[in-house]
Ligand binder design. Sequence first.
Ligand code: PNS
Length: 174
Amino acid sequence: MKRAIYPGSFDPVTKGHLDVIERSSRLVDELVVGVLNNSAKNALFSVGERVNMLEELTSHFSNVRVDAFDGLLVDYARRIDAAIIVRGLRAVTDFEYELQIAQTNHEIYADIETIFLTTRLEYAYLSSTIVKEVASYGGDISRFLPPQIIARVYAKYGITNAAQSSLQFRDLEK
Ligand code: PNS
């Protein structure tokens, strides 16, 4: 039984995350999407909301389940008997940070291996942080997020007329 964990903040889950979930779920028997419950980080969505959104979006994958964790990732991985950590690599800027974490995790828990999936080119620039920045000004986030998530993000910023704003955004592009 090959079980992997795909950890992250997922605040909120993007199309890039979903792509990594879909592709990595094909490589293992079970993929656990682990949502970091980090009280120190100023999250837009509560951990419960993030878990619910991920569950909604991954319910069609029979071998994917979603869970929240806190503390060290390797401790959680050991607890659920996951031998593989999956991370997405967008650009070279991710590399140094990811290498450092992967090597530290391996140092702490030698039985765990980190595998990296290169993100699809169309999502290479995408990050939850940037999406939140765009959304906070009412900009168009429809190309970055699964449709089910979009209104929930705008709602967090008290934006109800985002469709209007998005139209203006598209007009500017022409
Ligand atoms: O989506 P993110 O915010 O890039 O995910 C980062 C995450 C959750 C993978 C990382 O912060 C993490 O594993 N945190 C748990 C604490 C831990 O184990 N840190 C790494 C040891 S150096």
